[in-house]
Design a protein around this ligand. Structure first.
Ligand code: ATP
Length: 236
């Protein structure tokens, strides 16, 4: 499996005590599986992504990516896993204003120390897959919000990561465009055999449900996921 969280607990200092952001969380996402997690503000959704993305080390429990336990690794080793195996899509698209859509994708290649020119075809194919290839030469201010989010998703998939982590991708979009983005991520994940976890506070308004965009929809409350999760590319 691509992502396996077992018995994960994360706490933060809170005045004189500790606040539990993740409470004994288990999550198992196979290649091609798309899990969405929803819950109120403060329930732990961002903490879940931070731990799954090796940005934060939990107090206890294990986080495995592609079968590699990550919690005991050095900062450098975890940074390498993030660079080589994980794609992040954040709420804000974080596109660089001066770069064209194509160059946003090629910049990730440059940052990996590789030659961008060799990855031009990969980048164009990804822009095609997300439906914005005709806008490859446009800068962010020349794109709609939905198009920018599509470029953002394409950029996260450069280099064929095995895990895609998506944080509130629809909050700046209307219902129709939000739904289209979730369906697009689902299709990309299945086609590319990527494991994906998406967190959002408002999946109900988008009618997201198993079989309608995602394989599994979990609820989070007070740091707990509503059930241990296992998914695969086949809807469960
Ligand atoms: N760096 C931090 N230091 C202290 N407390 C934190 C930190 N990060 C998160 N928390 C706390 O952990 C709990 C879970 O927060 P988290 O951001 O994961 O929730 P969330 O569901 O993503 O909320 P939102 O939708 O508002 O972003 C909250 O009580 C939050 O205040």
């Amino acid at each position: 499996m691509s992502l396996l969280l077992s018995d994960v607990t994360l706490t933060f200092a809170d005045g004189r005590g500790r606040l539990t952001a993740l409470d004994d969380v288990a999550l198992d996402v196979a290649n091609g599986g798309f899990v969405a997690v929803t819950g109120p503000s403060g329930s732990g959704k961002s903490s879940l992504l931070s731990v799954a993305g090796t940005l934060v080390t939990p107090d206890s429990g294990t986080v495995e990516i592609d079968g590699t336990p990550t919690t005991g690794l050095s900062d450098e080793e975890r940074a390498r896993i993030r660079r080589d195996r994980i794609g992040f899509v954040f709420q804000q698209d974080n596109l660089l204003p001066s770069l064209t859509a194509l160059d946003q994708l090629l910049l990730t290649v440059h940052l990996r120390g590789q030659k961008p020119a060799r990855h031009r075809d990969e980048a164009m194919a990804l822009l095609d897959d997300v439906g914005v290839v005709a806008a490859a030469g446009r800068r962010p201010h020349e794109l709609s919000g939905g198009m920018r989010q599509r470029v953002n998703i394409a950029r996260a998939l450069m280099g064929s990561p095995s895990l895609l982590l998506v944080d509130e991708p629809t909050s700046a979009l209307d219902t129709q465009r939000g739904r289209a983005i979730i369906e697009l991520i689902g299709a990309l994940v299945r086609d590319r055999d990527v494991a994906a976890v998406l967190v959002s506070h408002d999946l109900d308004s988008l009618s997201v449900a198993p079989g309608r965009g995602v394989d599994l929809l979990l609820h989070m409350r007070d740091g707990r996921l509503d059930s241990p999760a296992r998914t695969s590319s086949v809807p469960v």
